[in-house]
Design a protein around this ligand. Structure first.
Ligand SMILES: Nc1ncnc2c1ncn2[C@@H]1O[C@H](COP(=O)(O)OP(=O)(O)OP(=O)(O)O)[C@@H](O)[C@H]1O
Length: 268
């Protein structure tokens, strides 16, 4: 199953304050869109609204069906979501926790079967978690836990993957491993991938398109090379960068020190 994701005039209020407004976006099956933007821009809010965890205005549909009409079970079979700061049960072995990802596929009161265990084992292996399989989730490092949470989401085998900052706690090698795995699944299984990513370099390398939010509104969207310009980044992040192209033609963003011109630090 593949599923197109579509947002039309999507908006969210939190405590009566508008934090997302009038967002229009589409993510096609097999496409990876990264939501970028400064702190507090509404990136996590957007993902939570798509995951059905926050009430929204406008229309958000998955495979043509409004997400607000999906039951919890239907939603979990269609959308796998990982939070920026996931809450995990401390005293549960990794293999059991990952197996929870199979719950939406089980019949009423049914227990996971051989196939469910095989799927959970496979994602545990692919995320290099085999040696932690019997350890409690609460006794893992931050990066190990982040991979376990992703493993549970992948075990769900949902056609839509929503990942809120999936690599923040990961070392460089595991970052690449996770991002490459998601990219492979996007290509081989046609997953529809929507992530938030703070690291603009990573976003540029992996996403087909970027959606930049500022103050809850989409201010720019399109291929990474169109969105990631020094002027746009200076305007919306108040950051100084240069941008060039890598061998793959994708933009590479290099932070540079702003020019202070006050003479105190020797920089003109
Ligand atoms: N539970 C909440 N109640 C009220 N306001 C909230 C709540 N959670 C977030 N907000 C506000 O909503 C706005 C958007 O927050 P959100 O977490 O979506 O931003 P973000 O772009 O993901 O930020 P960051 O890059 O810092 O993770 C912010 O102004 C934030 O303060």
């Amino acid at each position: 199953m593949s599923a197109r994701l579509s947002l039309r005039a999507a908006g969210v209020d939190r405590d009566g304050v508008p934090v997302l407004r009038d967002v229009r976006a589409d993510v096609e099956p097999g496409e990876w869109v990264a939501v970028i933007g400064p702190n507090g821009a509404g990136k996590s809010t957007l993902l939570k609204a798509v995951a059905g965890l926050l009430p929204h205005m406008g229309e958000i549909t998955v495979a043509g069906r409004p997400v607000r009409g999906l039951s919890a079970r239907e939603s979990a079979r269609t959308i796998a979501y990982t939070a920026q700061n996931p809450v995990v049960p401390d005293r549960m072995p990794v293999h059991e926790y990952v197996l929870l990802g199979r719950t939406p596929h089980l019949g009423y009161l049914a227990r996971p079967g051989r196939r469910d265990r095989a799927i959970a084992s496979e994602v545990i292996d692919r995320l290099d978690l085999g040696r932690f399989a019997d350890r409690d989730v609460g006794r893992l490092s931050g990066g190990e836990r982040q991979r376990v949470v992703l493993a549970r989401a992948l075990a769900q085998q949902a056609p839509v993957l929503l990942l809120d900052e999936p690599t923040t706690a990961l070392d460089l090698g595991h970052q690449q491993q996770v991002l490459e795995l998601v990219d492979t699944l996007r290509i081989t299984d046609g997953l529809t991938v929507l992530t938030t990513l703070h690291d603009l370099g990573v976003a540029a390398q992996y996403a087909d398109r970027l959606l930049m939010l500022v103050g809850g509104r989409a201010v720019s969207s399109g291929p990474p090379a169109d969105v990631l310009t020094p002027d746009t980044i200076a305007e919306h992040y108040q950051a100084s960068v240069t941008v060039d192209r890598g061998p793959d033609g994708r933009p590479r963003v290099h932070p540079i020190r702003p020019r202070h011109g006050n003479g105190r630090d020797g920089i003109e």
